[in-house]
Design a binder for this molecule. Structure first.
Ligand code: SF4
Ligand code: MG
Length: 321
């Protein structure tokens, strides 16, 4: 199997009541028919504004949430049909790096304990082998053994995120999902953490799903990029294609509004009308039509599907169908 991860027609609908006294139930389509694949060693950037479904996607893959529909395969094995017991052994293969390392680290645990715990839970190695691995991991993420006995509050944000990354690496996962891993850090520290992630990827052939709202971070780290809008992928392409020749009007608007991003299409800033509509009430037809500068009549009634326009570049837009 050439893919590490295959996501096929995945949906996550959250039911909501129409009103306090209403029995009618409506659904928030947080993830709506999303499909993509990932190869070993690549970084897939997932970019979009808050509420576009990118974090929900991550939670579906690690099964913190159950998908309403669709298939999620890790090395060909469908995760959505695994029992709790089977999922327990698979869970170690997918690790997350979170936005706020402080919230995701136990404040009462030393760094050593934080890194030992996953190995203890999965019964890996002897006590002394585990301790050796902790020191090795600390070195890998640019910290040293003197950090082992210290607690999270003694560290800077960047150091805490290095520990979050070390923890994600402990069990040699097949896939690492990083959900806004540098958004809470100062700009200068962001670059250090991203460079660290890239170095580690090169050394250990790691596979990253990198979720961000920041297009320049996305450009820096990704091999391919998926752009999400209201629960759907609207464009999916190799990084160079996406930034040199964006096809979807939303991608174009995002690039035009990102000052650090290099792209030949950036002539003037495209300002979109209004805000992202509520995912509980997405517009009919193309969900982007209420804000799209290129909206046509068909866009208001018919939803476009994601099609391959150029080799490796997929877009969901009637301009190309
Ligand atoms: Fe704009 Fe229509 Fe394309 Fe949607 S389908 S992005 S409304 S042109
Ligand atoms: Mg999020």
């Amino acid at each position: 199997n050439e893919y590490i991860l295959e996501v096929e027609n995945v949906k996550k609908y959250f039911p909501i009541k129409k009103g306090v006294f209403s029995k009618q139930v409506r659904a928030v389509k947080a993830v709506d028919d999303v499909s993509f694949q990932m190869r070993k060693g690549e970084t897939l950037g997932i970019v979009g504004e808050s509420g576009c479904g990118k974090s929900t996607m991550a939670r579906l893959i690690i099964r913190l949430l159950e998908a309403t529909d669709g298939v999620i395969k890790l090395e060909g094995k469908d995760l959505t049909t695994l029992s709790k017991e089977e999922m327990r052994s698979t869970r170690r293969d997918i690790q997350m790096v979170f936005q706020d390392p402080y919230a995701s680290l136990n404040p009462r645990w030393t760094v050593e304990r934080t890194l030992l715990e996953p190995m203890r839970v999965y019964n890996i190695g002897t006590r002394s082998e585990r301790k050796e691995r902790v020191i090795d991991l600390l070195n890998k993420v640019g910290l040293d053994s003197s950090y082992a006995k210290r607690h999270p509050h003694e560290f800077s944000g960047g150091q805490r995120q290095r520990i979050g990354i070390a923890r994600a690496l402990v069990l040699n996962p097949k896939l690492i999902i990083a959900d806004e891993p540098v958004s809470a850090l100062d700009i200068s520290v962001q670059a250090q953490v991203i460079n660290l992630m890239q170095d580690l990827q090169e050394q250990y052939n790691l596979t990253y799903m990198f979720i961000t709202h920041d297009l320049s971070v996305c450009e820096h780290i990704s091999d391919r990029v998926a752009v999400m809008y209201l629960g759907k992928i609207v464009e999916l392409a190799k990084k160079d294609q996406l930034f040199s020749n964006p096809l979807h009007p939303y991608t174009l608007a995002l690039i035009s509004a990102a000052p650090e991003v290099n792209s030949p299409v950036k002539k003037e800033r495209i300002v979109l009308k209004g805000d992202v509509p509520s995912p509980a009430k997405p517009p009919k037809g193309c969900a982007f039509h209420t804000r799209c500068p290129s909206c046509m009549d068909i866009c208001k009634v018919e939803a476009p599907t994601l099609n391959e326009k150029e080799p490796g570049q997929f877009v969901a837009c009637h301009l190309y169908q």
